[in-house]
Design a protein around this ligand. Structure first.
Ligand code: SAM
Length: 256
């Protein structure tokens, strides 16, 4: 019977894999994956020898949207063969990740049961590694290119997380991409709200319990000179909180 289950492998190799995701991977007729870590791929192969990677759809000079479309087509063509297909993406399969959502959506349109299981995202790990609680002052998450291009409106007194800071403006998969132009533009935009001396953090979660995550504090003035990779997420700490609104506070406390 045709079915699609999209799972996430998280970041820790392989401790982030949930028991439910592991069971799905073991039971699947076909496993497809988009996972960078060879150790995780090796583990998936041990769980299910049918594993095939979707990474070959990426190419220098090929627009990422084209690669994603081909991945979705590949997933759907397997599901249409009346197979239980499990597709594994690193991190959370539905966070800053298009093909998993799209494959689930299109499979359902064809009447094929499809679902997604949650996994640990980079943001989950940064909350843990940096000791940040999104409940303290709120948390805003943006894709960095989108943040710049659409001039996203944000609150500088709330935590700001910017994804894909190392690939701003990159539309394909280019290993020689120069991240400095985008980083300089981003620093300029952020400095308008926070000032050039505001210290931000370049964060990269560690795949292994024995190695530390990358936590590189840097003032906005030096962001463009800092090494940024396709694994970098930028954390912008908030400015001091504004005082609570008195009128709202009074209305909340007023007897009804
Ligand atoms: N689905 C992934 C998740 O749930 O975290 C996100 C995939 S998104 C296409 C790629 C972006 O995730 C990177 O540009 C970076 O912002 C973030 N990312 C990937 N690996 C990371 C790592 N090891 N540490 C921190 N952020 C990472």
């Amino acid at each position: 019977r045709a079915e699609l289950i999209v799972v996430g492998t998280g970041y820790r190799a392989v401790g982030d894999l949930t028991l439910e995701a592991k069971a799905c991977l073991e039971q699947a007729d076909t496993v497809l994956c988009l996972v960078g870590d060879p150790m995780v791929i090796g583990y998936l192969e041990r769980l299910n020898p049918s594993v095939r990677t979707l990474a070959g759809f990426y190419a220098k000079g090929k627009h990422r949207s084209e690669s994603y479309e081909e991945m979705v087509q590949e997933i759907l063509s397997e599901v249409r063969r009346e197979r239980l297909v499990c597709c594994a993406f690193y991190g959370h399969p539905g966070v800053f990740a298009y093909p998993g959502h799209e494959a689930v959506r299109r499979a359902r349109l064809e009447g094929i049961p499809a679902r997604m299981l949650a996994g640990s995202s980079a943001e989950d790990w940064l909350f843990a590694d940096l000791g940040l609680d999104p409940g303290t002052c709120g948390c805003q998450s943006f894709e960095a290119s989108d943040f710049l291009l659409r001039r996203r409106v944000f609150d500088a007194t709330s935590l700001l997380v910017l994804w894909q800071v190392g690939v701003i403006g990159m539309t394909d998969r280019d290993p020689d991409f120069d991240a400095r132009v985008g980083a300089a533009l981003l620093a300029e935009r952020l400095a308008g709200a926070y000032g050039v001396d505001h210290e931000v953090v370049v964060y990269e979660a560690s795949p292994y319990p024995v190695t530390s995550p990358r936590i590189s504090p840097v003032p906005l003035a030096k962001l463009a000179d800092t090494q940024l990779t396709n694994k970098s997420t930028l954390v912008v700490p908030p400015l001091p909180a504004r005082p609570p609104d008195r009128e709202t506070a009074a209305r909340l406390c007023a007897p009804t």
